[in-house]
Unconditional design. Sequence first.
Length: 153
Amino acid sequence: MRSPRRHAALAEILRLNHLPDVLRDHPAAVMPYLVTRDTFVQRVHRGRTGYWHSSGGGVERFTSAELSDALDLLGGRSAAAFVTAGLELARRGEHPPALHVVDLGLLSHAGAPELAGLRQSLLESMVARNQLLNPFKFMHYASLAGLELDPAE
């Protein structure tokens, strides 16, 4: 694993998807490790960095409506700009930021069916992506997508 730079952002650390070499000798421990890894890393990061970060994170807070309005200005007050950005991010495999952009677009353009359809498509792909890797993300995205989940047996 390459070492994260000092003061790395939480997202940068999580994207490293660290898997310790010791897991090769203990395959049964891989799934429990994956289930708890991100939450553990988030807690340790918060404990060591506090609320404010050198990148400026945590200093100012913006509502989703404020961010939506700012992005809408950039996109010329057009739902199509949010769709284009969401589709491009999805094409690149960046589904979480695509969903975030589309959700912000829906705040400014609630009646745009192309945004609602893209949102549902993104959610369904994120459910499929996380069903075997991250049960918490799986349940979260399934709930947002309105999917009915059978109880575990």
